[in-house]
Design a protein around this ligand. Structure first.
Ligand SMILES: Nc1ncnc2c1ncn2[C@@H]1O[C@H](COP(=O)(O)OP(=O)(O)O)[C@@H](O)[C@H]1O
Ligand SMILES: [Mg+2]
Length: 343
């Protein structure tokens, strides 16, 4: 157990020994709700050093009421109380309090033993992990895509320009023309790969622009015409939301190309003050939503749902054989400082 002041540390030898033995996080707070003691588990969970923990990054509350409530609680009545910990990486953890007791001199300090994970907490941590993985994956794709496009793309372009100069100097050399075509094709392929990895439009210009350019690309590749209808006032959304909806759109469109047997597809992006909807709709062969294993893996549909859930939204799929398929992602929103966040 770490203490804010040396005197406390010395006078709590037994408590120190016990709290360092148990795996649960243990916190001691003073009347004002400030942390004055914490065991190693708290440091491990949050990533903060004890000095950092005591600079007010931790708040203790119960249904938004202050620490005073703690003093009215007996040994086992900690339920309903939570400690909100801000971790070093900026993420928030809410830990339920297992039990709480006041410690001598009475009323001056409260010891709270926390539960590391409730079932909700497990789910929350699991979601955080998935979010981290998705974020890392997207960051990596962004990096590789930019490098391909800006570095390698520029180099290949220079080779192309050089070949054009050579061709003028030696118009009779057929090989130069062949090389030129090959290099031009390679450049086009490289740009395709860079855009597929992660289009820079998504970060630079936002969701609608990225979907619009994806549709163009999609039409060139699959010969299916995509129409985008954007309604409501457009904003920039949290990057996680924009990425999630872009990837959902991509997967739904690829399914259209693979299965729907259509020549056109409709995409709607509906901006509401408190909600963002993405709809991908085709009038193709449709499928029985309850019988997914028949054709494909079902992983695509699952992935779309998971991506939406991670930003607090959902995906609904409605499909009827021979009438078509409609994939709708709905993300509830709140605005903070000009950027729209998930709830
Ligand atoms: N737009 C669509 N039109 C017709 N069938 C579809 C459509 N989207 C999905 N499906 C059906 O749902 C199944 C599951 O899709 P998905 O989870 O994306 O898996 P996968 O794409 O790997 O097959 C597909 O195999 C297909 O049978
Ligand atoms: Mg799929």
């Amino acid at each position: 157990m770490y203490w804010k002041c040396q005197k406390e540390a010395g006078s709590n030898e037994l408590l120190n020994q016990i709290t360092e033995q148990i795996p649960n996080p243990v916190l001691v707070s003073n009347e004002a709700g400030w942390v004055i003691g914490a065991n190693g588990a708290v440091m491990r969970l949050t990533g903060w050093s004890f000095q950092e923990l005591t600079t007010g990054r931790m708040t203790v509350f119960r249904h938004n009421s202050p620490i005073d409530d703690w003093y009215n609680l007996g040994g086992d009545e900690g339920h309903g109380l939570e400690v909100c910990l801000e971790k070093q990486d900026g993420m928030r953890l809410k830990l339920p309090i297992e039990s709480v007791f006041t410690y001598r001199p009475p009323g001056q300090a409260v010891v709270a033993i926390l539960r590391e994970f409730s079932p909700q907490q497990e789910e929350y941590v699991q979601n955080l992990l998935t979010k981290y993985i998705i974020r890392a994956q997207e960051d990596e794709r962004k990096r590789v895509s930019r490098e391909l496009h800006d570095e390698l793309g520029q180099n290949i372009y220079s080779v192309l320009v050089g070949l054009q100069v050579l061709e003028k100097a030696m118009p009779e050399a057929v090989q130069i023309q062949n090389l030129q075509q090959m290099v031009a094709r390679s450049l086009a392929m490289l740009k395709n790969i860079a855009v597929e990895l992660r289009p820079s439009t998504l970060d630079d210009l936002g969701l609608a622009a990225a979907i619009r350019s994806f549709l163009k690309h999609f039409e060139q590749t699959y010969g299916i015409e995509g129409q985008l209808t954007v309604s409501g006032e457009q904003h920039r959304y949290e990057p996680e939301i924009e990425t999630a909806l872009y990837r959902i759109c991509q997967e739904a469109m690829l399914n259209v190309a693979k299965y729907a047997k259509v020549t056109e597809v409709q995409v709607f992006l509906q901006n509401y003050p408190d909600q963002l909807n993405l709809i991908v709709e085709d009038q193709g062969v449709g499928f029985d939503v309850g019988q997914l294993e028949i054709q494909g893996t079902g992983l695509g549909l699952y992935g779309m749902k998971e991506r939406a859930q991670l930003v607090g939204g959902k995906v609904e799929i409605v499909s009827q054989v021979n009438l078509g398929t409609r994939v709708q992602a709905t993300i509830p929103l709140t605005e903070k400082g000009g950027i729209w966040h998930a709830h």
